[in-house]
Every structure is written in structure tokens, then in C-alpha cells.
Design a binder for this molecule. Structure first.
Ligand code: 13P
Ligand code: SF4
Length: 348
């Protein structure tokens, strides 16, 4: 294949490959993908929607255009005989790398020592490795996404357990706030320190323990930017992703997953201005798809990992099926990670 072929030529060849593969192949695209990738997908969505599609699809091959943890989750949920392919194995998620399985194991044993085994449950954002999901499953915890975090944390707290929320501190803090958890009962777990930097009494009285992970794409947004867009666009609505800091979420007034943002813009009255605080490619696509509304980015912030999936890599994957860019998860990890994902799907 000519790596330097133009977009139109590559897109034409992707369409031809799709026709050849027929119903044997399903291309899933996350909302943050490049517009030319989203245009060629069979379905687009947020992490939760795509997990559901992966879990229910009968296609022989799922080609996942998103970051590594998303393709891995699809592989965990795949049926026997189904294969999952990720067009660029180096398209990872730095936030997911912030929860190393050995650090999480150490945290689990320190929390057991401080609070007693059975006093707490892990709630693990899907932006995590299959190994961390598997540990979550073994401990009776559940995964969550940005669209169901409230439900899952409510479930865990409702059972009288403390929650270790990982790896995204901001999503955990924003979810705790929505659920009305007293801020004095929320502590932060710094994985580089013994006991996460907490004394045992603080851990015993905490209800929510937040892992110190973050997404650089979303921590770039500031409350001052929200004030600035409100001054520039009178009457603008502002919506941000819950990976933004609690200060930004509070100042914006509205927050939700990428799918929630799609529906939010769709239901905004024509002529209105919606300022969106999340990944740039997604916001630009929303703007292009809704020319009768003014859709503006809160600031320019791109996910370089989502951007790694290109037409050339998608084409190489389709032409190389069934072997190209295969995602595999060891069977014992798959089984336990599946428990954590199934618990999430059942609760949401
Ligand atoms: P969504 O679940 O909203 O699609 O978000 C995934 C993500 O990685 C956001 O940074
Ligand atoms: Fe990970 Fe942030 Fe990119 Fe989402 S936007 S995939 S959390 S780096």
C-alpha cells in the first residue's frame, strides 16, 4: 500500500475493503476520532455505547478505532471466535497508564490493613488496563464510564462500602459531588506514597478515595476560560467533560460524556451558541454537523493518541484481516476483567 496516497484514494479503498468483508466486519469509532475515520465507521459513540455494541455484535471481526483500552475492552467482551483489531497498537491513553496494576495491588493491601478487607470496593473507570479491570473484577468491584459513574458509585456506596475510584481523580471528585458526598469524606490517593499519603484515621473515615490520575486533554481547561467565553458569547451554554476539574465543571454548569454532548448540541435551539470543553476533533465535527448552531471549543485541546488512527492504518488493518493488529488478552485476565465490565453493563 502507498502510505502517501491521498485521503480520497485511501477512503475509496477502505470502502472497497468494507464491501469485500460485508457483514463479517464491524468498524467502531469513538467520537474523538478524526472526521474521515468517523465517516467510514459503521457506528460511532462514547465508551459506554461502544462497549455495548462490542458486547452485542455478531460480526466476526471488530475493528476498533479508539485508544488501546477501548479495543482491549471490546476483546474482553468478544464472543468465542470473534476477533478485535486496533489499527495502531501505540494509540494508548496516558491516564490509563497512571494506574499501574502493581500500584493498585499495593493500594488494595494497604486499604485492607487500614480499613479491613471487605470495607471498600474499587470502581474502575474503563480508561484502565485489562489487568486493572481484572483486579477490580476479582475484588467484587465494577467498571464505569463517564456516562454511568454516578450509578456505579451509588451502587458501591449503597452497599455500605467505601469506594476506591481510579484512575481519574476529577471524574471521581465530580461524581462524589453529584452524589452529595461530604467533601470531608473524600481523600486523595497519591500512588507514589505509602498509604497513598494518608494517615489510617483519614482512610477509616473516608467514603471516597480518589486515585491521583488525570487526563492532560481535559486538565488544560480552566475556570478563567469559562468566564472568558461567557464574556465573549452572551447567553452561551457551556458544557464540559467530567474529566475536567470540579472548578471547571461547576463554572460550566453542564457536564457529561461525549454522547451526552452530542445530544446536548442536537437539542440546543438553532441559532444558539454552545461552548464545548473537550477534545478538539470532536468539537469541530459537532460544529460541522450543526451549521445552524454556533458550536465553539472552550480551548484547543487535542488527544494525540486518538489522532494516531489514520486512514492508512485503518486500510492496512482491513486488508490484513484476520491477523492484522489483533488485540489479545490472556484468558485469566479476560475472565476477571469481564466480571467487572459485566457488572457495569448490568448496572447501567
Ligand atoms: P467518553 O466515555 O465520554 O466517550 O470519554 C472517553 C474518554 O476517553 C474521554 O477522554
Ligand atoms: Fe485518554 Fe484523555 Fe485521550 Fe480520553 S482524551 S483517551 S482520557 S488521553
Amino acid at each position: 500500500m502507498n502510505e502517501h496516497a491521498g485521503h480520497e484514494e485511501l477512503a475509496r479503498r477502505v470502502r472497497e475493503a468494507k464491501v469485500r468483508l460485508g457483514g463479517n466486519c464491524l468498524i467502531l469509532t469513538h467520537h474523538y476520532q478524526r472526521p474521515e475515520i468517523v465517516a467510514l465507521g459503521d457506528a460511532r459513540g462514547d465508551s459506554l455505547g461502544l462497549s455495548r455494541l462490542a458486547a452485542s455484535s455478531g460480526a466476526r471481526h471488530i475493528v476498533f478505532c479508539g485508544v488501546r483500552f477501548m479495543a482491549e475492552s471490546a476483546a474482553v467482551l468478544a464472543r468465542g471466535g470473534q476477533t478485535v483489531h486496533h489499527p495502531d497498537p501505540f494509540s494508548g491513553c496516558p491516564m490509563s497508564d497512571m494506574a499501574d496494576v502493581e500500584d493498585v495491588e499495593r493500594a488494595a493491601s494497604e486499604l485492607d490493613d487500614a480499613c479491613g478487607a471487605g470495607a471498600w470496593l474499587p470502581v474502575t473507570y474503563v480508561n484502565s488496563s485489562a489487568e486493572v479491570k481484572a483486579l477490580t473484577g476479582r475484588m467484587g468491584g465494577a467498571c464505569c464510564t463517564s456516562s454511568n459513574a454516578e450509578k456505579i458509585v451509588r451502587w458501591a456506596l449503597g452497599g455500605g462500602k467505601k469506594v476506591l475510584f481510579l484512575p481519574d481523580e476529577n471524574l471521581g471528585a465530580n461524581t462524589g459531588a453529584r452524589l452529595g458526598v461530604d467533601p470531608r469524606e473524600i481523600v486523595r490517593w497519591d500512588y507514589s506514597l505509602p498509604s497513598g499519603g494518608n494517615d489510617p484515621d483519614a482512610l477509616r473515615s473516608a467514603r471516597v478515595i480518589l486515585w491521583k490520575g488525570y487526563c492532560h486533554v481535559h486538565t488544560l481547561f480552566t475556570a478563567a476560560q469559562v468566564d472568558d467565553v461567557r464574556a465573549r458569547f452572551t447567553g452561551a451554554r457551556v458544557i464540559v467533560h467530567p474529566e475536567c476539574s470540579p472548578e471547571v465543571v461547576t463554572r460550566a454548569g453542564e457536564s457529561g460524556s461525549t454522547e451526552f454532548m452530542v445530544r446536548y448540541v442536537e437539542s440546543a435551539p438553532p441559532g444558539s451558541t454552545v461552548v464545548v470543553g473537550t477534545e478538539l476533533n470532536f468539537v469541530r465535527r459537532l460544529a460541522a454537523e450543526h451549521p445552524d448552531r454556533r458550536v465553539v471549543e472552550l480551548a484547543r485541546s487535542m488527544c494525540p493518541n486518538m489522532f494516531k488512527i489514520t486512514l492508512a492504518k485503518l486500510l492496512a488493518t482491513l486488508e490484513g484481516l484476520p491477523d492484522a493488529n489483533l488485540v489479545t488478552v490472556p484468558e485469566d485476565v479476560r475472565r476477571d476483567a469481564r466480571d467487572a465490565l459485566d457488572r457495569m453493563l448490568a448496572l447501567s
